[in-house]
Design a protein around this ligand. Structure first.
Ligand SMILES: Cc1cc2nc3c(=O)[nH]c(=O)nc-3n(C[C@H](O)[C@H](O)[C@H](O)COP(=O)(O)OP(=O)(O)OC[C@H]3O[C@@H](n4cnc5c(N)ncnc54)[C@H](O)[C@@H]3O)c2cc1C
Length: 350
């Protein structure tokens, strides 16, 4: 550890999504004085949706930003500090841990809850990067209204793709959904809603179809998308097969809803274990198990661990578990060691 100016915290929570804020509410109520570092997406992914219909306790639904703001208020009421900070590096070869932020701020902390979620994945096809923000987007609720009256393409087959397509029907002439497999992964609730839109003529579904290039320009936005379709799915694996079809779709916007990459780069070298995709490995396995990572004192919660459920309620539940696990750890180690130290110095004084 260098002699740089650092501020010490008992517990830092990296991430201000549902997992981080749920952890903060519990950690603050356990007198662990949490500092939440918000990252570059304050409130997390849920702020991108105006329609959260499945979060328990809200029979009429609630908008994502409202839900997140309620949780922030609740966390602050119990003494949580919430600060804008993006963690870029963690050193965990001894306690306290060292946490460095992008703006150069350095903290030390006794416990760390990693709740930094996952970021939208992109396809890596030509035109995608060049036109990101110029007709290509990973957030329909943010950008859909800019393309009112145009045809739009949503790429993906899970809940987010269905929800985004459903939302875009407010603005689009026709919404196309291209999915590279035969079956959607989305919940029946969303599939049923999309089927209603298909019947109404607002949505057209293209299964076993993959986008291969997006055409357009910064000045004029997206012009059209080249796609391939193969009845056996994963069409780009079968470009030479005789029954692979080449398609061109004239759309004004493309929305990517193809999953997420966990935000865990800053944990490289800490000893925290991650799977091949970068999701945290926690004791008890993924999908809602325990929250302890391979480094004692570092806990994981929410979508950064759980690539199976990826729901607000499951992320929140895991945040609660992480706060409780962190409390046990802080009591058993930091508080107990401090008490031992006091005893030793009292004996020395005698
Ligand atoms: C459009 C959309 C609609 C959805 N609708 C629903 C729905 O209706 N119902 C439902 O249950 N789920 C829904 N989800 C899924 C739900 O939003 C996620 O499962 C949930 O937000 C995960 O919470 P999280 O706290 O684990 O992560 P996230 O919400 O991803 O939050 C991660 C947080 O970590 C921060 N962060 C990232 N990197 C760093 C860093 N280096 N340092 C500090 N902080 C960092 C980010 O800024 C962010 O605050 C939806 C998702 C999307 C995208």
């Amino acid at each position: 550890m260098t002699d740089e100016a650092v501020e010490h915290r008992r517990l830092i929570i990296a991430g201000s999504g549902i997992a981080g804020l749920s952890a903060a509410i519990y950690a603050a109520r356990s007198n662990n004085d949490p500092l939440v570092l918000e990252g570059d997406e304050p409130g997390g992914q849920l702020t991108l949706t105006t329609d959260v219909a499945n979060y328990p306790g809200f029979p009429d639904g609630i908008s994502g930003p409202d839900l997140v703001n309620n949780m922030k208020e609740q966390a602050r009421q119990f003494g949580t500090e919430i600060d804008h900070g993006i963690v870029t590096d963690v050193e965990a070869d001894g306690r306290p841990f060292r946490v460095e932020l992008r703006d150069g701020t350095v903290y030390t902390c006794d416990g760390l809850i990693v709740a930094s979620g996952a970021s939208a994945r992109t396809l890596g096809i030509p035109g995608e990067d060049e036109l990101m923000g110029f007709g290509v987007s990973t957030c329909a609720t943010c950008d859909g209204a800019f393309f009112r009256g145009e045809d739009m393409l949503v790429i993906g087959g899970g809940d987010a793709a269905m929800e985004e397509a459903n939302f875009l029907t407010k603005f689009a002439d026709t919404v196309y959904i291209a999915h590279r497999r035969e079956e959607f992964r989305a919940e029946d609730y969303w599939i049923d809603r999309i089927e209603e839109k298909v019947e109404a003529g607002d949505v057209k579904i293209m299964k076993n179809t993959e986008a291969v290039e997006i055409h357009g320009s910064e000045e004029d936005g997206v012009d059209h998308v080249d796609l391939v379709r193969h009845p056996g799915g994963h069409p780009t694996d079968k470009l030479d097969a005789p029954d692979t079809e080449q398609l061109q779709l004239d759309v004004g916007a493309v929305f990517l809803a193809i999953g997420h990459t966990p935000n865990t780069d800053y944990l490289e070298g800490t000893g925290v274990e991650m799977d091949d995709a970068g999701y945290l490995e926690t004791q008890g396995g993924d999908g809602g198990g325990q929250t302890k990572t391979a480094v004692e004192g570092i806990f994981g919660a929410g979508d950064v661990v759980d690539h199976h459920y990826q729901q607000a309620a499951t992320a929140g539940g895991m945040g609660v578990k992480a706060a409780l696990d962190a409390d046990d750890y802080l009591e058993d180690t930091v508080t107990a060691e401090a008490a031992e130290g006091e005893e030793v110095s009292a004996e020395a004084d005698d």
